[in-house]
Design a protein around this ligand. Structure first.
Ligand code: SF4
Ligand code: SF4
Length: 145
């Protein structure tokens, strides 16, 4: 048999709980109903790395391999081209990134001596197989979609 005091405490607790629910119902949502809507990306957002290009479209990369050696996820591979580019600069023949393993840590961009890597604005990636995540960044625009 419940005492009157217990019943009052139970009723108060119920009202408090309903108050929390009501406040949550009228509060401004902090999430968006993705994929019907997308959140606005902050200026400092980091998507996976992309190669920075000069105005003529040439990549700044000199194929030194420092980024691949520093990558903690070992998801970068840079192959230097046999022939040098304009001004005798080395250049990459392939610049492979396994997007599925990239942790977006930014180490590659930090260690690059040529300022040749930037962050894309890509927020999601989907594929049907792991192999499809292996991407040659030479074939991607600087600002990937
Ligand atoms: S952002 Fe980090 S994990 Fe991704 S490629 Fe660069 S160094 Fe590797
Ligand atoms: S560290 Fe910079 S210049 Fe060297 S291979 Fe990587 S992107 Fe190219």
């Amino acid at each position: 048999m419940r005492s009157g005091a217990e019943l009052v405490r139970g009723a108060l607790s119920l009202v408090q709980g309903l108050g929390v629910t009501l406040r949550a119902m009228v509060a401004r949502p902090v999430t968006v109903p993705y994929p019907r809507a997308s959140a606005t990306l902050p200026p400092g957002f980091r998507g996976w790395p992309v190669l920075v290009r000069e105005p003529d479209g040439a990549v700044r990369c000199v194929a030194c391999g420092a980024c691949a050696r520093a990558c903690p996820s070992q998801c970068l591979r840079v192959d230097a081209a046999a022939e040098r580019g304009s001004g005798g600069r080395r250049r990459p023949q392939a610049f492979l990134l396994d997007i599925s393993r990239c942790s977006l840590c930014g180490t590659c961009a930090d260690v690059c001596p040529a300022g040749a890597l930037a962050y894309s604005r890509v927020r999601c990636a989907a594929a049907r197989s792991r192999d499809a995540f292996l991407t040659d960044l030479l074939n991607m625009p600087e600002e990937a979609p």
